[in-house]
Design a protein around this ligand. Structure first.
Ligand SMILES: *Cc1c(COP(=O)(O)O)cnc(C)c1O
Ligand code: SF4
Length: 469
């Protein structure tokens, strides 16, 4: 095999179904042509693939999540295989209409956690900015199907302004993640307007785009797009590939252009039953991704969203897949498997257990092969030695979200569920052992002191980091 040169990749052979054989190349490779020739009816789809009865039934049903498939992506479907992993992602079947326990419209409580429409501020230092509800094609398991695909739900100019104004007046935000819908289907001028307005905000350090357009419509990642985004660095992009079949010469060429423009590219996959719920398929997927310089970032457990019931797997399947990746392949190729918490708690990493036992001075660990080892810990480790250096760094405030770190740092002793103390008061009134005056008997000595010192310190100097929220 020849070694890779530093020359940009040449335009690849075009992936297309026989139905579009006569379309001139310049049209086929024009993203606008692809968008305006998407398939969405039984009649159109039947020209390209042999539909099953279940697919035909779902495509004719009212009220199902929108269907739209770019000709390029439709060309990846095996027309005669109802189990084709590409097909299962975008063509509905009657199984989509089956309700399941715990399904929700907005399972991640995104709308509840949005200070303004379309801006989800869940984590201390970063926000998710929904800029459109439109996509190049529609995934059957979409976590945002409550708004995605619906042109009447899309965001207005006034709402963009409100999103950006919120980011401007919230200095704790250092990272803005553009999503939707798919930001890359926005009119190029509008997308650039959003990027330039975000870049003008001094506290915004990085901008990210989450997009499936490179997968549905690699022709959109043209040189013009790459030239535009590199004006707004540091800018990162995450794409969304679920199966090795989606990694085509067109996608490889698009990723070549994008990485040459200095954009670090990651991938987010969703674990889907009958599509990629296999150690061997996932290994091939992550290997093929790193070959096109895309770093596997997350593997998501499928959300509890309406319509996605039949595509869900157990969590144990995800853990099994992680067992089959870590150690078996390059660390660069191993994503983090996460369950996005139903109810809106954010992404929770789930992994096999590698720590088998602990005692003072010892940790017993196992590796991917089942080899068991002991790490001997230092007995004279001094965790306070770093404090002087630590004091030279401005600490980023995380109001109300310090979590377990606050317990570990000795700033707080407990985290209580809402109503904890009230429940235990059992409705009794204040009495001689439980009066406000003696509340100090529940005050742990020394806990919270660091916080008070810190606050006094910050009041004096770090106003800029601390102000705002
Ligand atoms: C996923 C997500 C982010 C980004 O999370 P990272 O772990 O930093 O990639 C931010 N906000 C919301 C609401 C998200 O769902
Ligand atoms: S591309 Fe993303 S937002 Fe659009 S339908 Fe697929 S999962 Fe949903």
């Amino acid at each position: 095999m020849e070694t890779q040169t530093t020359q940009p990749m040449t335009e690849p052979v075009h992936t297309r179904a026989p139905y579009w054989q006569d379309v001139p190349d310049e049209k086929w490779m024009d993203w606008r042509w692809q968008m305006s020739h998407r398939l969405n009816t039984v009649a159109e789809l039947e020209k390209v693939i042999n539909l099953t009865d279940s697919e035909r039934e779902a495509l004719s049903a009212k009220g199902l999540f929108r269907v739209d498939i770019t000709p390029y992506f439709a060309s990846l479907i095996d027309p005669n295989d109802p189990h084709c992993p590409v097909r299962k992602q975008i063509i509905p079947t009657a199984r989509e209409m089956v309700p399941f326990q715990s399904m929700m419209e907005d399972s991640l409580a995104e709308d509840k956690h949005s200070p303004v429409p379309g801006l989800v501020h869940r984590y201390p230092d970063r926000v998710l900015m929904l800029v459109t509800t439109q996509c190049a094609s529609y995934c059957r398991y979409c976590t945002r199907s409550r708004i995605v695909g619906d042109p009447t739900q899309t965001f207005s100019r006034k709402e963009f302004d409100a999103q950006i104004e919120y980011i401007e007046r919230t200095p704790q935000i250092r990272d803005v993640l553009l999503s939707g819908g798919d930001p890359m289907v926005l009119a190029p001028k509008l997308l650039e307007m959003i990027l330039s307005r975000l870049r003008a905000i001094p506290h915004i350090e990085i901008i990210r785009i989450g997009s499936r357009v490179p997968v549905f419509l690699p022709m959109r990642v043209n040189q013009q797009f790459c030239d535009m985004v590199q004006k707004y660095h540091p800018l990162w992009i995450n794409i969304h590939v679920n199966h090795p079949k989606e990694i085509t010469p067109e996608l490889a060429a698009a990723m070549d252009r994008l990485t040459r423009a200095g954009v670090p590219v990651g991938n987010q996959s969703v674990l889907l039953a009958g599509v990629n719920d296999s150690v061997h398929i996932q290994r091939k997927l992550v290997h093929d991704l790193v070959k096109i310089r895309v770093r596997p970032y997350y593997l998501y457990q499928c959300d509890l969203v309406e319509g996605a019931g039949h595509l869900r797997t157990t969590v144990s399947k995800g853990i099994e897949i992680m067992e089959g990746l870590r150690g078996h392949t390059s660390g660069y190729a191993v994503p983090t498997y996460v369950v996005d918490a139903p109810g809106g708690g954010g992404k929770i990493p789930v992994a096999p257990n590698y720590v088998l036992a602990q005692a003072p001075g010892k940790v017993v660990l196992r590796n991917f092969e089942g080899f068991i080892t002991t790490y001997t810990e230092p007995i004279d480790y001094d965790p306070t030695e770093i404090q002087h250096q630590e004091a030279l760094i401005a600490h980023r405030p995380e109001p109300g979200q310090e979590g377990i770190v606050k317990l570990l740092e000795g700033e707080q002793m407990f985290i209580e569920p809402a109503g904890f103390a009230e429940t235990r008061a059992r409705g009794g009134a204040e009495h001689r052992l439980r009066s406000g005056e003696i509340a100090k008997k529940w005050q742990p000595l020394g806990v919270g002191a660091i916080e008070q010192e810190q606050m006094a310190l910050e009041d004096g100097e770090e106003q800029s980091v601390n102000s705002g929220q």
